[in-house]
Design a protein around this ligand. Structure first.
Ligand SMILES: [Fe+2]
Length: 365
């Protein structure tokens, strides 16, 4: 008997000029806190679109850092409180979208950021999310991943009120991204889709979005390889990214993310790229538990073998790759920490610290 819940309270609006077309429907309250990074919202044209149709009051917080910390989120939340903002418009990649979610909670709950991992009482401010990269899927998830220095890692917090109320997805905002950033973020989207499909929490409903997303991602492989990123390819990648978000909103991510976080925290590897390092080994590992699922992934991507998948990841991530300086002791510590995460528990076979140590060694030494 199949038993599952599929929850997605976010209204998804996808297409060309969706923000401008939203017009008077854009505000979710009286005064907006517009949350962005330092440049992407402006460079992508998304902020201009928002400001051209936003009739109500607003204040801009444009100091979201890459891999934001709780303190950074607290800064934005203080501004929201001071200015009496009652909703948030979040524009950017994963960092601004996730930071905006933490701000939405901190603006109405008197807590320190670290305390949010134990939950909160007052419902977060509503969020309109506008992604400018195609990778995070955060516009349709109830998660915010923050950098937590106390625990020396990136860590996701979640709550049903962190689902944005509405997500506006327009591929034109991703047009100015370099090939390298496009690939890094696209690999993050693929990891969400594949991890969601291979998660031990996958359901018949989450499989629908995962399978469709993997197939759509597959159609963009040639564009990622050549760097000839047409608007059609960007549209496919944004759609795949959103479908990845919808998938992990149901399943969570698995050990690829748990192994990727220390590469980002300690070695500065961008998030998607850090996941990409382990994806081939992840498929090989899962072949032992769900071979038919792994074969389906390869088939949808149009790849003949696991080897071909590894070659694809190596080829895509070659530009911008650098040697990670890491000792065997550090690797062991990363593996032990990863083995204790929820991400590991959501993985088929629940990998041990020994298994994760081997995967880390095989891929980064
Ligand atoms: Fe991710």
């Amino acid at each position: 008997m199949r038993e599952f819940t599929f929850f997605l309270p976010t209204k998804i609006v996808f297409g060309r000029d969706v923000v401008r077309k939203a017009g008077e429907g854009l505000p979710l309250g009286k005064k907006a806190l517009i949350v962005t990074g330092r440049s992407s919202a402006r460079k992508s044209g998304a902020l201009d679109d928002v400001l051209s149709v936003l009739k109500g009051e607003y204040v801009i917080f444009d100091r979201v850092e890459n891999n934001p910390t709780g303190e950074n989120c607290l800064e934005g939340a203080e501004l929201a409180k001071k200015e009496n903002c009652d909703y948030i418009i979040a524009i950017g990649g994963g960092s601004p979208l996730d930071a905006a979610k933490a701000m939405a909670v901190l603006a109405v709950n008197d807590k320190r950021p670290i305390e949010l991992y134990q939950g909160w009482e007052h419902r977060a401010l509503p969020i309109a999310a506008i992604p400018t990269t195609a990778g995070t899927g955060s516009e349709v998830t109830p998660y915010a991943v923050l950098t937590i220095h106390e625990e020396e890692t990136k860590k996701g917090l979640g709550g049903p009120d962190l689902f944005p109320a509405v997500a506006y997805l327009d591929p034109k905002y991703t047009a100015s991204l370099s090939r390298e950033v496009t690939v890094d973020t696209a690999v993050d989207a693929l990891s969400h889709l594949v991890e969601g499909y291979l998660s031990n929490r996958a359901t018949s409903a989450s499989d629908l979005t995962a399978l469709q997303g993997i197939a759509v991602w597959g159609t963009a492989i040639e564009a990622l390889r050549t760097g000839e990123l047409t608007m059609e390819a960007r549209e496919d990648l944004l759609l795949a990214s959103m479908l990845g978000g919808v998938t992990i909103a149901q399943t969570g991510t698995t050990f690829v993310h748990a192994l990727g976080y220390p590469l980002t925290y300690f070695h500065g590897y961008p998030h998607g790229r850090a996941n990409g390092v382990f994806m081939a080994s992840y498929l090989e590992y899962n072949h032992g538990y769900a071979p038919e699922r792994v074969d389906t992934v390869l088939e949808l991507l149009g790849l003949p073998s696991l080897e071909a998948f590894r070659e694809l990841m190596d080829e895509l991530l070659a530009e911008g790759a650098y040697q990670i300086e890491v000792s065997e002791e550090q690797i062991r510590a990363y593996a032990e920490k990863a083995a204790k995460t929820r991400n590991a528990a959501y993985s088929r076979g629940t990998p041990s610290a020994d298994e994760l140590t081997k995967i880390l060694k095989d891929n980064i030494l």
